[in-house]
Write a protein that binds this ligand. Structure first.
Ligand code: NAD
Length: 328
């Protein structure tokens, strides 16, 4: 299928319920959806970091931002009922690997029961289509047993690679750790320099989610109600060390890194992660539009704006517009 841009007519006035809108990916997606003309209700806890893209880019202006906990079924239900969404995009999650070791129960409650709550609420108000990036087992069960059979709504799930981009301040993630150190004039400490990850700019998977929803909303939507991967090209799976050196080089001004103490106890993290995205390419016409080198340039540009106290919303929207250009 030929690669095409987003369908603005599809999004214009579309009522979208987005969970996790105060997080890193959610804040980018909120701005993008607003730019496409969607009528967005966000549901999430307060921003998980400070600073946050949500606050800096004034994401709450022009969308209905509900601060709530997806573990609270009644709150999710009432917010969704009020919003009457045609599309639900579920991205709220405990998204940090190390935190899942520190508090496994909270992680399961949020990622599994929270996901079930979102589907339960969606089932009650019968949305048009939904998408979710994790908890695929719950997703499959709801898809097969409830959502489609009883309500005619369509449900898809999507996985992404290791997402990087301006506006991420989460703990123990590579790019935020590096940028925090650079800004503080310190040398960043790296855990697993040889670990290979499928790095991608945040706008790559978000463009995949938007395309997926557009396909779910088409006459043949049922064909697309399944699991999807939106990862980078294979040659953008690079070791941590490569990312760090490239970013330090692009930033300049003596940015540097050092290895963590090898004797320190580390939690297990997979050494090599990779996603097969051929289905998204063949069936949705989705392929990455940026590539890693440009992604790193955009990250440096974004954090420079932050350091220089420039208009963060303007820079974020500029990158979204530039990304859309590349999708055409
Ligand atoms: N960042 C990545 O590299 C990456 C890669 C692949 C998939 N993902 C997935 O994409 C989604 C978003 O990731 P992110 O990087 O934006 O994460 P993030 O940690 O920046 O944001 C998480 C969002 O979920 C909300 N949240 C957490 N617990 C909640 C709860 N109990 N109730 C309501 N809201 C809650 C937070 O308030 C925030 O809005 C997650 O599902 C994550 O697993 C992220």
């Amino acid at each position: 299928m030929e690669k095409v841009g987003l369908n603005r007519a599809f999004w214009q006035g579309k009522r979208v319920f987005l969970t996790g809108h105060t997080g890193f990916k959610g804040a980018w997606l909120s701005l993008w959806l607003k730019r496409l003309g969607a009528d967005v209700t966000g549901f999430a806890l307060e921003p998980p970091t400070s600073p946050s893209l949500f606050a800096l880019a004034k994401v709450s202006a022009g969308l209905n931002s509900v601060i709530g906990d997806i573990r609270d079924l009644n709150h999710v239900k009432s917010a969704m009922f009020e919003a009457q969404p045609e599309v639900v995009i579920h991205m709220a999650a405990q998204s940090l690997v190390l935190q899942s070791y520190n508090d496994p129960l909270e992680t399961y409650m949020t990622n599994v029961m929270g996901t079930a709550h979102v589907f339960e609420a969606a089932r009650a108000c019968d949305p048009y289509s939904s998408s979710k990036a994790c908890s695929e087992l719950v997703t499959t069960t709801y898809r097969n047993c409830f959502i489609h059979k009883q309500h005619g709504a369509l449900l898809a799930s999507a996985r992404a690679g290791n997402v990087i981009g301006g506006g991420d301040w989460a703990d123990n993630r590579l790019v935020p750790d590096l940028l925090r150190s650079i800004i503080a004039g310190e040398s960043v400490v790296i855990r697993s320099p040889k670990a290979i990850r499928p790095w991608q700019h945040v706008l790559e998977p978000l463009s995949g989610y938007l395309k997926l929803v557009e396909h779910l909303g088409s006459d043949e939507g049922e064909k697309y109600a399944s699991g999807w991967n939106f990862g980078p090209y294979d040659n953008d799976a690079k070791p941590v060390e490569w990312i760090i050196s490239s970013l330090c080089e692009k930033w300049g001004q003596g940015a540097s890194w050092q290895l963590d103490d090898p004797n320190k106890v580390q939690h297990h993290e997979a050494n090599y992660l990779k996603l097969d995205c051929s289905k998204a390419s063949v069936e949705l016409g989705w392929t990455p539009s940026l590539g890693l080198d440009v992604a790193l340039d955009w990250i440096v540009d974004w954090y420079r704006c932050f350091v220089d106290n420039e208009d963060i919303q303007a820079e974020t929207l500029k990158q979204i517009a530039a990304y859309e250009e590349r999708m055409q």
